[in-house]
Design a protein around this ligand. Structure first.
Ligand code: ATP
Length: 262
């Protein structure tokens, strides 16, 4: 089967620094892969390279079987960048920002049904009632959901999300996880940068951990986080509500990521 994302021996240099080296990553149809790692380990650099924003200094990236240098079917790929505002500096409504997700590659004209496509995506993220609001009237968390809706408007086959729930409150995170669950059940493939698995824990099929620009783990998601996400987990000990996925002082910290016994 053709991989959805195929990264081979990737190296990325920014300025004078080599940020990523020797990255091999294959994501196949229907997988939900969490990309984890400490601040500065290279997660955003990797996803920005995968979606063609950054150019590799060595190695290759293919999306849906097409090298980035070729004719990538961008309409099948939804990307949510990290920490950008949904505001563009000019007045625009939530619906207009979401509709702009329907522009890609050489498509510079909105399809006739753009409003209904945008509203469908806004409904998916629970913001249909804000469709005509100016983005400047939305909270940071709502703007983040607008950006998720912008990516969803394409009805993509693969979503690449860079910390999509950073700064989003718990109920919205759970609503986002429910949306992603529904989409994954329909066949969506996901690569998502996260600091904690959080509400997405039940969905994640695989974890890839970066450290200093290299992959140091590619396999099962951290056990502790999964256990803590389960409804049956018996809380007999105090701990943070969101279990950190990596403990910088340990190697990978997977068996005891939160630093306590379960
Ligand atoms: N344009 C740039 N020029 C030079 N170095 C850069 C540039 N952008 C990022 N870096 C460096 O690359 C490294 C990786 O950054 P990146 O944003 O990919 O990390 P990250 O794992 O996504 O971090 P975070 O969890 O904080 O978002 C950092 O050391 C950063 O300082």
């Amino acid at each position: 089967m053709t991989p959805v994302i195929d990264v081979t021996d990737l190296e990325v240099t920014l300025g004078a620094s080599r940020i990523l080296r020797g990255i091999d990553l294959t994501v196949t149809n229907g997988e939900v892969v969490a990309l984890l790692g400490a601040n500065g380990s290279g997660k955003s650099t990797l996803v920005r390279t995968i979606v063609g924003i950054l150019t590799p200094s060595a190695g290759s990236v293919s999306l849906l079987g097409t090298p980035l240098t070729g004719d990538v079917p961008w309409q099948r790929i939804g990307y949510v960048p990290q920490r950008v505002s949904a505001q563009s500096g000019v007045p625009s409504t939530a619906r207009e920002v979401v509709g702009s997700g329907l522009l890609y590659g050489r498509r510079l004209r909105l399809p006739r049904d753009w409003k209904s496509r945008a509203d469908e995506a806004l409904e998916t993220v629970g913001l249909l009632d804000r469709a005509t609001f100016a983005t400047s009237e939305l909270s940071g968390g709502q703007q983040q959901r607008v950006l998720i809706a912008r990516a969803l408007a394409r009805r993509p086959d693969v979503m690449i999300l860079d910390e999509p729930v950073a700064g989003v409150d718990q109920p919205s995170q759970e609503a986002f996880a429910a949306t992603m669950t529904r989409l994954v059940e329909q066949g969506l493939t996901v690569l998502v940068v996260l600091h904690e698995l959080g509400a997405l824990a039940p969905l994640v099929t695989r974890a890839v951990v970066l450290r200093h620009g290299r992959i140091v783990h590619d396999g099962a998601p951290p056990r502790a986080a999964l256990d803590h996400a389960g409804q049956d987990h018996d809380h007999v000990h105090p701990h943070e509500p969101m279990v950190p996925l990596y403990a910088p002082q340990t190697d990978l910290g997977f068996d005891n990521a939160s630093g306590h016994q379960s």
